[in-house]
Design a protein around this ligand. Structure first.
Ligand code: PMV
Length: 326
């Protein structure tokens, strides 16, 4: 048997960092996907990532062999297989292959998309009939291995796609988005950053100046609610303006730098409706929203100053089983 499943990456449109302190944030699924294939194998389970050049071979909970960063990077997927196998009468060994078009460690939700797709492919391989909620929850268990204490926004958006407004204490609401005329342009600063470290840096700042920062957090929460409305109304101009305000708030909490500002202002000058840091900041990517007809101009301008540029769009296609060969 061979099963292939896929799931989309994401960008955070507004509300990153503030979401950690229980303010709402809005995430959008993008048309880059992680593909996971699970097929029969002889003797042991093999997990292989084409993108990372890593593999690990596991039998009855013991690692037999590994290469690359093998076990470390593939551990979340081993965890997913362990969870699902408990509920299945199918005990046969498999080979799981990851082939993702989402760049890793870029804030585009690559690890969550891989986990979500792996969960879907493995559950079909194990003949389990599980729903989207379970897929997202199991992927969250895997995300904890990668990110420590993630907010849960990545596995949710990768499972359901479209756009969601998410609040830690309340879960998420799916938004009925009207943004088919929008291009989503992502530019990578090429500066590496660790989400966990950036989150800690912001937390420390908030601890030092709670009265100063609290109003910014409330402003960000209101901003996310307005942005969700703009997405549902298809009001790209309003969305852009709100993204620009959100960028100001992110600069205020210390996660911008010269390079990110250069990318943001380059995108705005080239015709973006709005541009801001997306994700943890300190490096990583910016996101710009524009009418599709302006996308090439903006991408051309950004290519001169960014290490990589992607012209994308929103997708409503969440996790899917793409092929089953018996
Ligand atoms: O850059 P990313 O995709 O890892 O985004 C992190 C978003 C934060 O709000 C900073 C952290 C979180 O867990 O939501």
């Amino acid at each position: 048997m061979r099963v292939t499943a896929s799931a989309p990456g994401k960008v955070i449109l507004v509300g990153e960092h503030f979401v950690v302190e229980n303010e709402p944030a809005v995430a959008l699924a993008i048309n880059l996907r992680a593909l996971v294939t699970v097929e029969d194998n002889e003797g042991s389970d093999v997990f292989y990532s084409k993108n990372l050049g890593a593999f690990v071979e596991v039998k009855e909970g013991r690692v037999l062999k590994g290469a690359g960063d093998g076990f470390e990077v593939l551990r979340p997927l081993v965890k997913i297989a362990d969870i699902l196998r408990q509920y299945s009468s199918v005990k046969k060994p498999f080979k799981l292959t990851v082939n993702s078009s989402i760049p890793p460690a870029s804030g585009m939700g690559s690890s969550a998309a891989v986990s979500v797709a792996a969960c879907a492919a493995l559950s079909r391989f194990f003949n389990l009939d599980i729903g989207l909620d379970d897929i997202s929850k199991i992927a969250y268990e895997a995300e904890k291995i990668v990110h420590g204490k993630p907010s849960g926004i990545d596995n949710t958006i990768s499972t359901y796609a479209g756009a969601i407004i998410y609040r830690k204490s309340e879960g998420f609401i799916r938004l009925d988005i009207q943004i088919d005329s929008a291009a989503v342009i992502i530019a990578d600063s090429g500066i590496p950053r660790r989400t966990g470290e950036m989150v800690k840096q912001v937390r420390d700042l908030k601890k030092r100046y709670p009265e100063v920062l609290d109003p910014l957090y409330h402003a960000a929460g209101h901003l996310s609610i307005e942005a969700a409305r703009a997405l549902e109304e298809g009001d790209l101009w309003k969305l852009g303006e709100l993204m620009n305000i959100n960028h100001g708030l992110l600069s205020a909490i210390g996660v911008s730098n010269m390079k990110l500002e250069e990318l943001v202002y380059t995108a705005r000058r080239a015709g973006a409706l709005g541009a801001k840091i997306t994700g943890a900041g300190g490096g990583g990517c910016i996101i710009a929203i524009a009418y599709k007809k302006k996308a090439d101009d903006i991408a051309r301008a950004l290519k001169k100053v960014a290490s990589r540029v992607y012209v994308l769009e929103a997708t409503r296609k969440g996790v899917s089983i793409d092929e089953v060969v018996s």
